[in-house]
Design a protein around this ligand. Structure first.
Ligand code: RVP
Length: 498
């Protein structure tokens, strides 16, 4: 006979938190959102931690190198999407690992023989007004000068004028030597009243630009997630088909953590993939697995050696797996069961395996609920897809600005490996949709508000850390009538046309 789970499968919207005692110590500056990313033994520190409990989804429309840089600067981590060629994914990982806070690889470069016309064209296509003039026109060629918008008058100068005639030549440039720190670079900028400092190696090859305007931005990111070499941390999604080729190349590029990306991870394919990675790298390369929605799935992947477990099937905003295949479970119920299994496992073995709540976050308070229910961190797609840093274009649809957001199981992404159950290659039917999300501006502006709200809720619950929140949270179920009471009700909102 089938096994029945008699408890109703519930989602975040059906719960609220009840405040705990807010002590005098419980103010926002005292709250820490640090959280483990990978498993660790009791009494030791996890090898990888997040400074804020957010990771961006392993999706084409969410996590490329730009998202990864922006999110790691703010304390979270991106898993760069795996539904692309190994070479392009590796290149994205490299871009994140090469990124040095405040040191920018110039992506607008020309030679002295090019003309003003080309300056204007490259400015329009890259959006950058500082152009590196190198011997071969590449970002690491021998530096011969720079051009900024102060060097020409677009409306008056002849478009055929050669760059060599109006650039600031190398002899007049103040430069910094490769290896100097950001503080030293900024001192030079300050002393010489510069806007841009080119950093060159001993052969005069251009390496980076340091911009005056970035200095303050860097100071604004106290949560930056860095490895011991002060490089941003980055993750990458992998699948259970080409891992023997993909993983070594990602590791070579410096990826910090991997995650097997699958809608249903309770499979021998995942155990095999984890086994390969653990054997090949003596356990040193970290890999998360999933997704699962119950204790059985959790324990199976933990025994297989996974470093963290991702929880959630069918709750993603663009996901139609539940409709198509009839598998899944309410996100809150899944999380509560898996968190309990994680805690029991910790008690029995002394090994703490972090869990990640993946998908289905709609309101910011759902994030606090997820953490209170035992998630160590949260993966989000829709939330991040709305920002400037996601890989898609801003479009105007009607009178609204939107960004595109499509599921990995949609015909657009064709990520059949994510839905693979063996057998022939290819997406057999769609499990995701192609959609728009409202455009929301810069990641940092939005994240600061979200983090502020989470901290404020934690203060209301009397929790100074995520483990404290999980231990002490009081959570109540809400009726559908009381959900109505929670929004503005029985008033005429001013923006409504009467
Ligand atoms: P959301 O944050 O609600 O947009 O959900 C994102 C999650 O949805 C992803 O991390 C992934 O687990 C899942 N996903 C991605 N593509 C699809 C699909 O096409 N069905 N689902």
């Amino acid at each position: 006979m089938a096994r029945y789970f008699n408890d109703v499968s519930r989602t975040f919207n059906e719960y609220l938190l009840i405040p705990g005692l807010t002590t005098k110590e419980c103010f926002p500056q005292n709250v820490s959102l640090k959280t483990p990313l990978v498993k660790y033994q009791k009494g030791t520190a996890p090898e990888l931690e997040l400074n804020i409990p957010f990771v961006s989804a392993i999706m084409q429309s969410v996590s490329d190198h730009k998202m990864a840089i922006a999110l790691a600067k703010n304390g979270g981590l991106s898993f760069i999407f795996g539904s692309q060629a190994i070479e392009t994914q590796v290149e994205m990982v490299r871009k994140v690992k090469k990124f040095k806070a405040g040191f920018v690889v110039s992506d607008a470069n020309l030679t002295p023989n090019d003309t003003l016309k080309e300056v204007l064209a490259i400015k329009a296509s890259t959006g950058h007004s500082t152009i590196g003039i190198t011997a071969d026109g590449t970002s690491n060629g021998k530096l011969l000068g720079i051009v900024t918008s102060r060097d020409y008058r677009e409306s008056k100068d002849n478009l055929d004028t050669k760059i060599s005639e109006f650039m600031t030549p190398f002899s007049k440039l103040v430069t910094g030597e490769l290896g100097i720190s950001l503080t030293e670079a900024n001192d030079i900028i300050w002393d010489h009243k510069l806007n841009t400092l080119p950093i060159i190696d001993k052969d005069q090859n251009l390496q980076y630009f340091v911009f005056r305007k970035d200095y303050d931005a860097h100071k604004e990111n106290p949560n930056e997630l860095l490895d011991p070499n002060k490089k941003l941390l980055v993750g990458a999604g992998i699948n259970t088909r080409d891992y023997t080729e993909r993983v070594p190349q990602l590791v070579e590029a410096g990826v910090d953590v991997l995650c097997i990306d699958s809608s249903d991870g309770f499979s021998e394919w995942q155990a095999e993939t984890i086994g390969f990675i653990k054997n090949k790298y003596n356990g040193k390369v970290k890999v998360g697995a999933g997704n699962v929605v119950d204790k059985d799935g959790f324990l199976y992947l933990v025994e297989a050696g996974a470093d963290f477990i991702k929880v959630g099937i069918g709750g993603g905003s663009i996901c139609i797996t539940r409709e198509q295949k009839g598998i899944g479970r309410g996100q809150a119920t899944s999380l509560i069961e898996v968190a309990k299994a994680r805690d029991e496992y910790f008690e029995q073995t002394g090994i703490y395996v972090p869990i990640c709540s993946d998908g289905g976050i709609v309101q910011d308070y759902h994030m606090v609920l997820a953490l209170a229910m035992g998630a160590d961190f949260i993966m989000m797609g829709r939330y991040f897809a709305r920002f400037d840093e996601s890989p898609t274009k801003i479009l105007k649809v009607g009178s609204n600005y939107v960004k595109e957001y499509w599921g990995e199981g949609s015909n657009r992404a064709r990520n059949w490996q994510r839905y693979d159950t063996g057998g022939s290659e290819g997406l057999k039917f769609e499990e995701g949709v192609d959609s728009y999300v409202p455009y929301a501006g810069k990641l940092k502006d939005n994240l600061d508000i979200t983090v502020g709200k989470i901290i404020s809720t934690m203060c209301s619950c009397g929790a100074l850390s995520i483990p404290e929140l999980e231990k002490n949270a009081k959570i109540t179920l809400v009726s559908s009538t009381s959900i109505i009471e929670g929004g503005a009700h029985d008033v005429i909102l001013k923006e409504t046309n009467i």
